[in-house]
Design a protein around this ligand. Sequence first.
Ligand SMILES: Cc1cc2nc3c(=O)[nH]c(=O)nc-3n(C[C@H](O)[C@H](O)[C@H](O)COP(=O)(O)OP(=O)(O)OC[C@H]3O[C@@H](n4cnc5c(N)ncnc54)[C@H](O)[C@@H]3O)c2cc1C
Ligand SMILES: Cc1cc2nc3c(=O)[nH]c(=O)nc-3n(C[C@H](O)[C@H](O)[C@H](O)COP(=O)(O)O)c2cc1C
Length: 598
Amino acid sequence: MNGTRPPILILYGSETGCAEDVAERMARQAKRRRFPVRVHPANDFTGSSLSDETIILFAVATTGQGEEPRNMKRFWRAMLQRHLSPTLYSHITYAVFGLGDSGYAKFNYPGKKLYKRLLQLGANPIAPRGDGDDQHYLGLDGALVPWLKDLWIRLSNRYPLPKGVEEMSEDELMPSTYRITPVPPSSSSEDLQYRLVLEEGERRVSCLKNTRITHPDHFQDVRHFIFGMDPDKDVQEGFPRDTSHLSYRPGDVMNIQPENVPEQVDAILDLLGWAERADEFLDIQPRETGSSNHPAWIKEKRTLRQLFTYHLDAFSTPRTSFFEWLSHFAQDSEHKEKLQEFTSPEGQDDLQTYCHRMKRTAYEVLKDFTPMVIPIEYVLDVFPRLRPRPFSIASAPKPTGEIELAVGIIRYRTRMSSPRVGVCTQWMKDLQKGSRLTASISPGSLELPDDPKTPLILIGLGLAPMRSFLQERISQGAYENSVYFGCRYSDKDFHFREDLEGWAQKGHLKLRTAFSRDEEKRVYVQHRMVEHAQELWKSIHEESAKILLSGNANRMPDDVATALVTIFIQEGGMIEEEARTLLGIMEKHGQFQQECWF
Ligand SMILES: Cc1cc2nc3c(=O)[nH]c(=O)nc-3n(C[C@H](O)[C@H](O)[C@H](O)COP(=O)(O)OP(=O)(O)OC[C@H]3O[C@@H](n4cnc5c(N)ncnc54)[C@H](O)[C@@H]3O)c2cc1C
Ligand SMILES: Cc1cc2nc3c(=O)[nH]c(=O)nc-3n(C[C@H](O)[C@H](O)[C@H](O)COP(=O)(O)O)c2cc1C
């Protein structure tokens, strides 16, 4: 019964999948309200190709330092063209939901800029801009759930349904996105084998080294990985021989596609009652041709075991849409009710307590709500895609094409009885020499100064990008480098210590370390910075030094910013407001760049 309201185009810009998930959620809600809908990454459209649209909804994330995600950049460039008429989109109704994190200086910039640019081009907002914030105590849903509720009221009022046509009720199950049918066993052997498919920009790489670099007594397992190309293995895996390297620049990020380990895959298949059918090849076809957000491998046949090994994420903390789907498949009426409540605005606190605070995995949620009967056709709706994880490259480009990483294996406790582990890092921990994996490179948000003579100040806890930059600078003969590095113990988690101390001895850098647990008094990088206030001020003020800050975040970025403000006040004779303004200007002009992850 679609087609009774004007069609909606939903465009997303997403780096790690959240905005794409929001776009799909918007699409399901639109379909329930009888709006025909298509979902696309924004790059599928350019300025003029939007002219035929009536209603456009945007879900736009932020990456880097207030930048647009890669699958939106081309679209955004087209939107900025000077010659576009101020009435170009006067026939278009739109809404923008931005996804960001107010811990970053440029909170939700792409969403904010897009909303404004559409106004300049004559488009008509149907609702105020939504600003999703990871820092909200309910996460993204804190802003999204009420925003969507308001949006549908506005759209439904603007475009009433004809008499006799009803919206679909929340209880009614939507058709699955894909039609999934078993491939007959008599099919050609071509159809009954696993064929690897790569997304644009991806390459297969081999693991050459995987060694622990933290002391065996240290609580955290941090590993040094080296990856390289192997053209012979590429051919064995069905790809053309490719002798080129996966090229990158210092500061770039390597995205690693994780896999689920066999025990996990067996566990989820058992739980869902699919063990018997786990190795049956399936043909997977999109039901509707309008949208284009399908993974590249969808054209191939897959078994359920392969889907859960390579493509589906069942072991991360699930998003709200997971609960939305489960509410249809739970067999117990109380379970159904609880799952529905989790997706309602009123149920958000409970969802936070039950799931996000405890970091329950999708698998654990399923166990709690057993019995659950999920038709196989819905497997790609219920479980999100297993996404690549970003890691800063720890080496400068080498003639051999090798790429090095320093990876912290995620393992921590919540009130759940078993420790929480990172999907990708837990799998990487056991990579062997020769193991093959899929990876791609994306630009990081830190950049070396164009002129090697410009002094460089590296601050933080993330040694990977620092080492990459230092290798590059030293190879350029650029020795005006200062490093402010912090970790817990000088002899347990000071990674790449020999490299740094060796360079310091040769006069290639000034090394200032802060080992927070070696001394009775906790010392952090910001304390070392203030100790060297005069030297830092001179370098920043007189020599326009560039400052790059990296590492996992918590309070560190704020503490470092406060230390810089203190230095500007102390050495530059400024009042606090002037010092903060100067820091803001430095950030705006790229003299101070940060890449921190939470
Ligand atoms: C630009 C960039 C560069 C990065 N570079 C590096 C790098 O060089 N090295 C590196 O090790 N990591 C790096 N990271 C972080 C890394 O990408 C993430 O940690 C990644 O999620 C790990 O994947 P995973 O599948 O193992 O963990 P996931 O299964 O994705 O779980 C990660 C999630 O676990 C939660 N979590 C983790 N630790 C804790 C804790 N102690 N308490 C509570 N919750 C916790 C957080 O919610 C986190 O988002 C980088 C991230 C970015 C964005
Ligand atoms: C590397 C990185 C950089 C980010 N930079 C910003 C930023 O500058 N401003 C902001 O508001 N949010 C920033 N965020 C937060 C993301 O926009 C937010 O987590 C969003 O939900 C991610 O959506 P996605 O999964 O669709 O990419 C950043 C997140 C990451 C991982």
